[in-house]
Design a protein around this ligand. Structure first.
Ligand SMILES: Cc1cc2nc3c(=O)[nH]c(=O)nc-3n(C[C@H](O)[C@H](O)[C@H](O)COP(=O)(O)OP(=O)(O)OC[C@H]3O[C@@H](n4cnc5c(N)ncnc54)[C@H](O)[C@@H]3O)c2cc1C
Length: 403
C-alpha cells in the first residue's frame, strides 16, 4: 500500500491553526517564564491554556471524537504535534503532553467501558492529569522491564500492591496512576506483569520527592512514588492479568513517536532562532550565515529535521496499519532523539555567547531535549534490539541453509 503524504483539508487546517495558536498564545507564556512550568503557575496555567486551546478548536487532536477529541491517526498527529512542540508548553495546552497523551491512547485501546468513563473521559477532557508508574530504583525495572519488582498479590475482592517507583512524570497533582506491578514470576523473568488503575487518593499511595532533573517544562515533576499495601479492586485491572508487558508496547510504540513529534517542534524552533541570528550577525567581513562552517551546521540541521520526519512517516504509517512497528519505532526514536539533540546543540553553537544565555531559548531547549535519549528506551537499548533482530534473522537464515 502506498504511503500518502497529502493531508485532508481538515487536517491541513488543524496544522495551521495549531501553528498560529502555539506561536501567538503559548510561546509568549513559555518565554516569560523561561520554560519553567512550575514558575509559570503549574496547573493554573495548564487550565488557562487548555481553555484557550478549546476556544481555538485545537484541543485534544489525539483523543477519540466521542470524547471531544479530533480522533487523528498517528500519521496526522505528526505535523500537528510538531507544531504544538514549537513551544515547550504547547503540548500541555493541547492536552498532548507526556504522560497523559500516551495514557489516553492506551486507555482508548484497552480500558473497559466503566474504566473509560471513570478515567479516560476526564483525562481526555483535561479535567485531570495522570501518571504512568513503571520505573523503579535499582535493582528494579529500568531499561530492562523484566526486573520489575513492585508486586501485586491477590486479596479478597482485589489486589494488594507494594513497591517503590521513581522518575514518575506528572505524579504530583495527578488524578490517577497506571501502576505496573508483577503478578507472577520473579524479577528477571519476562512474564507476569499487570497494569492497575488507581486514583491518587487510594490509601497507601504516597508521592514523594521531586527528583531534580535537567528539564523544567513537564508538569507535576518526575517523582518518587511508593505503594504501601495499596488495595485495588478487581475492576482496577487494566485489560487482563499478566498481560502488562504486552500492553506497555501498545502505549510505548506510539508514545515514542509522539515524543519525537513534539521534540522535533522544539528543535525546529532552535534552528529558526539560530538561522535568524546567523543571517544578521557580521564577522570577519561577512555574514556568519555565509561562512562555510556555519552553512554546514545550517545544512546539517535541515538534513536532521528532514530525516527525522521521514522516519516518523514510515513508523506512523506502520502503526496506522495496525502493525506494532517495533523496529521502525525503535529506529525513528533513536535517530530522532539524537538528531533533535544535535540540532539544538548546533543552534546553540551558531549563536555564540547568546546561545548559552537566557536571552535566547536555546540553552533551555538543550536542557529539555537531553533526557529524551534516556526515556522511552535509551538509545543503547534500541540499538541492541534493532541489531538483535537483524543478527537473529541472519542466524535463522544460516541454520535453514545448513539444513
Ligand atoms: C525525564 C524523565 C522522565 C521519566 N518519566 C517516566 C515516567 O513517567 N514513568 C516511568 O515509569 N519512567 C519514567 N522515566 C524513567 C525512564 O523510563 C528510565 O530512566 C529509562 O527506562 C532507563 O532506565 P534507568 O534509568 O533505570 O537506567 P538503566 O536501566 O540503569 O540504564 C542506564 C544506562 O545503561 C545503558 N544500557 C541499559 N541497557 C543497555 C543495553 N541492553 N545495552 C547497552 N547499554 C544499556 C543505557 O545507556 C542506559 O541509559 C523517566 C526518566 C526521565 C529521565
Amino acid at each position: 500500500m502506498p504511503i500518502d503524504l497529502t493531508y485532508t483539508p481538515e487536517v491541513a487546517s488543524l496544522i495551521e491553526r495549531t501553528r498560529a495558536f502555539t506561536r501567538e498564545v503559548v510561546l509568549p507564556i513559555e518565554d516569560r517564564h523561561g520554560g519553567d512550568i512550575a514558575a509559570a503557575g503549574g496547573d493554573d496555567v495548564r487550565i488557562e491554556l487548555q481553555a484557550a486551546a478549546k476556544a481555538a478548536g485545537v484541543f485534544a487532536p489525539h483523543a477519540p471524537v466521542e470524547l471531544g477529541g479530533q480522533g487523528l491517526n498517528m500519521s496526522d498527529r505528526a505535523p500537528v504535534f510538531e507544531e504544538a512542540g514549537y513551544s515547550l508548553f504547547g503540548p500541555l495546552a493541547l492536552n498532548i503532553a507526556a504522560p497523559d497523551e500516551g495514557n489516553v491512547h492506551m486507555l482508548a485501546h484497552i480500558a473497559s467501558p466503566d474504566q473509560k468513563q471513570r478515567f479516560l473521559e476526564p483525562l481526555a477532557h483535561g479535567d485531570v492529569r495522570s501518571a504512568f508508574a513503571m520505573t523503579e530504583p535499582a535493582p528494579g525495572a529500568g531499561s530492562d522491564p523484566a526486573a520489575l519488582s513492585t508486586r501485586a498479590v491477590p486479596a479478597p475482592g482485589g489486589w494488594r500492591i507494594n513497591g517503590q517507583k521513581w522518575f514518575i512524570t506528572g505524579a504530583d497533582g495527578a488524578g490517577f496512576f497506571i501502576i505496573m506491578a508483577r503478578t507472577s514470576g520473579e524479577p528477571g523473568l519476562r512474564g507476569g506483569a499487570t497494569m492497575f488503575l488507581a486514583p491518587t487518593d487510594t490509601p497507601g499511595i504516597r508521592v514523594g520527592r521531586h527528583i531534580g532533573t535537567l528539564d523544567k517544562s513537564m508538569i507535576g515533576g518526575h517523582c518518587e512514588v511508593s505503594f504501601d499495601d495499596v488495595f485495588v479492586p478487581d475492576s482496577a485491572v487494566l485489560g487482563e492479568v499478566d498481560r502488562g508487558f504486552e500492553y506497555a508496547q501498545v502505549r510505548l510504540g506510539p508514545a515514542r513517536m509522539t515524543h519525537v513529534m513534539r521534540w522535533l517542534g522544539a528543535a525546529r524552533r532552535a534552528h529558526d532562532v539560530a538561522v535568524a541570528h546567523v543571517a544578521q550577525r557580521q564577522g570577519f567581513g561577512a555574514t556568519l550565515g555565509d561562512l562555510g562552517m556555519i552553512q554546514k551546521m545550517v545544512a546539517d540541521n535541515e538534513i536532521d529535521i528532514a530525516a527525522t520526519r521521514a522516519l516518523l512517516v514510515r513508523a506512523c504509517w506502520e502503526l496506522d496499519q495496525g502493525d506494532p512497528a517495533s523496529n521502525s519505532t525503535a529506529i525513528a526514536k533513536t535517530y530522532g532523539a539524537e538528531a533533535i539533540f544535535r540540532i539544538v546543540d548546533r543552534s546553540v553553537q551558531m549563536c555564540g555567547g547568546l546561545g548559552v544565555s537566557e536571552d535566547l531559548p536555546l540553552a533551555r531547549l538543550s536542557r529539555e531535549v537531553r533526557p529524551f535519549r534516556v526515556y522511552d528506551g535509551p538509545s543503547e537499548v534500541h540499538r541492541w534490539a534493532i541489531a538483535k533482530r537483524v543478527v537473529g534473522a541472519a542466524k535463522r537464515a544460516a541454520r535453514e541453509a545448513a539444513e
